[in-house]
Design a protein around this ligand. Structure first.
Ligand SMILES: NC(=O)c1ccc[n+]([C@@H]2O[C@H](COP(=O)([O-])OP(=O)(O)OC[C@H]3O[C@@H](n4cnc5c(N)ncnc54)[C@H](OP(=O)(O)O)[C@@H]3O)[C@@H](O)[C@H]2O)c1
Length: 211
């Protein structure tokens, strides 16, 4: 499959790119401030800002699925997901790309639905840390939900850099005290990229790898 990854040079994005390459996918990595990747025959790197419609369009053209690990939590740079996903979904429609998987935090509810208690508690805590990032993620999902793309938002608790890659998708959000390993999140995002019929909003937990 051809997969384009936005936020590719971030902590989780780097793992997603490496996971997808390892599984034999053709990957376009949209990088921002730097390129952490070695040359690879299945990898194309596009550098740019996600608000650059030309750069985004070039990265999306030919993709069967887009994975976003964009974010700017506690950076103070303002909204990134909502403006970025507005442009990304426009490019997806233009180029006929149907599948979108977005990584976000465990305090974000499904648009138009009343969040349950766990999600509300998570949201309260995260908003104390960075209100702009929380509203940006909610605005982004509202944007995505209004497009015709087949989307899934993966709402993760704390993501650790290392650990096993076994994961479980859940209907309920995890507590923010829970941890899930970056390799598990990357595995979930890459698998979901190929699943058009997955739920729009899912939680993710660590699971023991299947043997
Ligand atoms: N890490 C966690 O524990 C955790 C837990 C739950 C949810 N999440 C969410 O998961 C997502 C990814 O997390 P992460 O830890 O991998 O974050 P990260 O390391 O900060 O990665 C974010 C990525 O977005 C890119 N980006 C930011 N602004 C951009 C712009 N204007 N144009 C293009 N790219 C831009 C960054 O590029 P530069 O660095 O080059 O600017 C980076 O590649 C975020 O939305 C985060 O809130 C993270």
């Amino acid at each position: 499959m051809n997969i384009t990854v936005f936020g590719a040079n971030g902590r989780v994005g780097t793992l997603v790119v490496r996971r997808a390459l390892h599984q034999g996918h053709q990957v376009t990595a949209f990088v921002h401030s730097h390129n952490p990747f070695e040359e690879h025959p299945q990898l194309t790197v596009v550098a740019g800002d996600v608000t650059d419609t030309t750069a985004v369009g070039g990265a999306v053209e030919g993709a069967e699925a887009v994975v976003s690990t964009l974010g700017a939590f506690r950076r103070g740079t303002g909204p990134v997901l909502a403006p970025g996903l507005t442009i990304i979904t426009q490019a997806m429609r233009q180029h006929g790309t149907r599948r979108l998987v977005v990584l976000t935090g465990a305090g974000v509810a499904r648009p138009g639905r009343r969040p349950n208690l766990r999600t509300r508690v998570n949201r309260f805590v995260l908003a104390r840390m960075d209100r702009t990032a929380v509203t940006d993620a909610e605005d982004a999902l509202a944007v995505v939900a209004g497009t015709g793309v087949a989307w899934t938002a993966v709402c993760a608790p704390t993501i650790t850099a290392e650990g096993p890659d076994g994961y479980r998708l859940t209907e309920q959000m995890s507590s923010l005290l829970a941890k899930v390993a970056g390799p598990a999140v990357a595995a979930g995002l890459v698998a979901l990229a190929g699943q058009l019929d997955a739920s729009p909003v899912v939680g993710i937990q660590q699971a023991t790898p299947r043997t």
